[in-house]
Design a protein around this ligand. Structure first.
Ligand SMILES: Cc1cc2nc3c(=O)[nH]c(=O)nc-3n(C[C@H](O)[C@H](O)[C@H](O)COP(=O)(O)O)c2cc1C
Length: 422
């Protein structure tokens, strides 16, 4: 049985002499069990008729981007997505140029820009058109983007010249299509996090006060150098913004980051762990404290007043001392402990075990554990995969963008406050 059985092919027919061969291509594809929906460019009408194309494909032929009836029947976006693969035969120099440059000025080129499926092109043109540096540059761009080519072949041209530019024979195109399907999925996913529908945030925190920490801390060595970490602040800032959308009065205590202050949030800018603790303490009382910041565990015992210079007597030794533990300090506050204290555990190994230890050690109510090991792209990236660890167990959330982690976490916090009757 052919791999093409049940596959839906969107066939774009460009305006070239070889368009007559696309009629045979339709037959060959259908013989193997594929269905073929054809789209013809305006120029293609000069070479084959929609009547022959439609008769052979057994489906409606689409040609006009702005047809009211076609758009109501199957919109151009749906048309470009409903297929399993897009085949352009013949692919004219013009269609290839439009595709390489993202031009979408008719139905065929618009579909090619809107599709989320693999595209196979069977170029067909005069050899000088094919060899022209413009066409060759377009081909290089398209191949780099993953467009698969079938042909062109060498041979006698309709115009009498001989050379490369003849469209592949229909059976060769069919074989190339089969090869694409055999190679794996033909759908091209969007980059991670893009196109993810935002999680809804209800006004569950109206009247509540929330303190969020975010970003790294910088621990000075001397006036020009410091110890830091790779935290970008994206997750913490997203949580502060989500809490504000949920109706809370939010204080964001942020270490040095390259992000704008979130709207609707009071942002306090700090540099060191000690500054951060002071800002958090001054912002209490609060209903919820979410400690997202990657606070430096250690600082240099004595910051040099002047820039440390090379002395020729070897490297200086930095003596480190422990920084205050902001999460534990807030969790164990005798009088002003927030009703809900949430910590983050960024680990590179033994994630859940470390998170459970941290939960007990710091006395917080839940820990959001995330793997920040090399290659995860979490530190500084837009995506996060987190596990919610509390005394009752572990709940793992699928990978999502940091905005959605924030929205879900804020919803969870609102729900926890209600459950605890707080
Ligand atoms: C008789 C004739 C044959 C043509 N054959 C080809 C061809 O094989 N390949 C090509 O790229 N252009 C060919 N063209 C030029 C295209 O039809 C022209 O560039 C047109 O704008 C392409 O439109 P389309 O890409 O929307 O189909 C031919 C033109 C004529 C008049």
């Amino acid at each position: 049985m052919s791999i093409l059985k049940g596959k839906r092919i969107l066939l774009i027919i460009g305006g070239g002499i070889a368009a007559y061969k696309s009629l045979d291509l339709i037959r060959r594809l259908r013989e193997r069990g594929a269905s073929v929906r054809a789209v013809m460019t305006a120029a293609a009408h000069q070479f084959v008729t929609p009547l022959s194309v439609g008769s052979l494909s057994g489906e409606k032929v689409n040609t006009d981007l702005f047809s009211l009836t076609d758009e109501a029947d199957m919109g151009h976006i749906e048309l470009s997505r409903s297929a399993d693969m897009v085949v352009i035969a013949p692919a004219t120099a013009d269609l290839l140029a439009k595709m390489a440059n993202g031009i979408a000025d008719d139905l065929a080129s618009t579909l090619l820009l809107a599709t989320d499926k693999k595209v196979l092109a069977a170029p067909a043109m005069n050899l000088r058109m094919w060899l022209h540096p413009a066409t060759q540059a377009n081909i290089a761009v398209l191949q780099k983007r993953g467009v698969v080519l079938s042909g062109p072949d060498d041979g006698e041209m309709a115009c009498g010249e001989y050379g490369p530019g003849r469209m592949s024979e229909p059976l060769a195109i069919v074989a190339a299509v089969e090869k694409v399907f055999a190679a794996g999925p033909t759908a091209l996913p969007l980059p991670p996090g893009i196109g993810e529908r935002p999680e809804k945030v209800s006004r569950g925190l109206a009247g509540k006060r929330v303190i969020v920490t975010s970003g790294p801390t910088h621990e000075p060595i001397d006036p020009v150098r410091y110890i830091a970490n790779r935290s970008s602040g994206k997750q913490g800032h997203a949580i502060a913004a989500a809490a504000a959308r949920a109706g809370a009065d939010v204080v964001l205590v942020s270490g040095p980051v390259a992000l704008a202050d979130p709207p609707g949030v009071r942002t306090l800018h700090v540099e060191t762990a000690r500054d951060m603790l002071a800002a958090v303490s001054q912002s209490l009382p609060a209903d919820i404290f979410i400690s997202t910041a990657a606070v430096a565990d250690w600082r240099v015992a004595a910051t040099a007043q002047d820039k440390v210079k090379k002395t020729g007597e070897g490297a200086p030794v930095l003596t480190l001392v422990e920084n205050p533990d902001i999460l534990a300090t807030v969790s164990r506050h005798h009088t002003l402990r927030p009703k809900l204290v949430v910590g983050f555990a960024a680990e590179t190994a033994d994630l859940i075990r470390h998170a459970k230890d941290k939960l007990a050690r710091k006395g917080c109510d839940l820990i959001v554990a995330n793997d920040v090991g090399t290659g995860t792209g979490v530190m500084g990236g837009d995506m996060n995969t987190v596990h919610i660890v509390d005394p009752a167990g572990v709940e793992s959330w699928p990978q999502m963008n940091k905005e959605n982690v924030a929205a879900k976490l804020v919803q969870l916090c609102a729900q926890r406050l209600v459950e605890a009757g707080k």
